[in-house]
Design a protein around this ligand. Sequence first.
Ligand SMILES: CC(C)(COP(=O)(O)OP(=O)(O)OC[C@H]1O[C@@H](n2cnc3c(N)ncnc32)[C@H](O)[C@@H]1OP(=O)(O)O)[C@@H](O)C(=O)NCCC(=O)NCCS
Length: 361
Amino acid sequence: MVTIMEIPPLSDVDDANGWAVLAENALWNDELVSMLGYDDLNDSDTAALRLAVPSSRTVRRRWVALLDPDDRGIVVGAANATLPVRDNADLAGVEVIVAPEHRRRGIGSALLERAEQWAGAEGRHTLQSWATVPGMVAEDAPSALRPTLGSGAVDLAAASTLFMQARGYSLEQVEVHSMLRLPVPPEVIDPLEADAAAHAGGYRLVSWQGECPAEYVDDYATLRIAMVDAPLAGLTFEAETWDADSIREVEQRVRQGGYLTLTTAAQHEASGALVGFTQLQRLAERDGSAIQEDTVVIAGHRGHRLGMLLKTANLRLLASTWPAVRRIHTWNADENDYMRSINIALGFRPESSEGAWQKRR
Ligand SMILES: CC(C)(COP(=O)(O)OP(=O)(O)OC[C@H]1O[C@@H](n2cnc3c(N)ncnc32)[C@H](O)[C@@H]1OP(=O)(O)O)[C@@H](O)C(=O)NCCC(=O)NCCS
């Protein structure tokens, strides 16, 4: 049988326990490549180590499964649990992975049990986990599992579906992972941008690379809090706590993890307030693909096509700043019709589905 070893949080990126973080990252990277056929979503070792050092916003613990307790070279599985510190005091995010040749032997269950026990001891009773399933399943297909609320489906027969159900989790939301191939043809982006601009009188756009300019950072924190307005279906999640200090802390971690960002925000001309933003991110060392991160327009400023205006402007910025990028990936709740219709109009197409699983314990 395997030995499960608990790994304390890293003190810094050179911490002697970094081997466990790198082993876990390698398992996930291999899994993503085997599921999707490309490494666009893989984390670099630098990013994995940086994110394993605790921040003031989250505490994370991990466990690795070893075939031989004296041989750290053979890690056959890993799990981690992440606890938000400033908000969502009942919540823990959990992740578990087992090397393909060691599955169906109880290792995943044993790892997850350790993660859940620790979360419980820390007072966290709502557990959430996200699992990628290649391809899409129609809601009315015989192999479809539908979420309790919300729309979409994941494959009933996928290992993660069977595993999460066996561990007592219920499917609460389906996220669609979509990909946009670049360049977006002018006949697609030009009219979308012109139409959005024609509806967005009274707003102007501001963009930045990397850190948010000091004059906007308080507004930017308010926009990050507004992300709670994204559809949650059956997931329990409360608004995150953000302020200028936490924006700066996260920006520093992103930069030290080797990531570059491009952000475009919409400014309400009459008040000067930022009322929406969108962000693209990529690893500095991987110039062929990028991730579309959060986009939000705050209540009271919706209905002016700011979502489309923000996205077309940030895509233009990407084309001039990171010209080698050929693919952009993004995730949206299946039922998030507003955001998905913008993405579909720009040319995003579904690649895989992601089940959002939750259990109370
Ligand atoms: C999901 C995963 C972690 C399961 O690991 P595992 O070590 O095979 O899991 P276990 O052996 O503990 O399985 C526990 C139960 O889950 C169910 N199960 C897991 N995988 C299954 C599969 N491929 N087919 C059918 N049932 C399965 C079974 O009920 C199983 O009990 P049983 O073997 O007694 O029938 C593994 O398949 C994996 O790493 N997948 C990729 C990463 C992932 O999707 N992680 C989950 C979300 S974070």
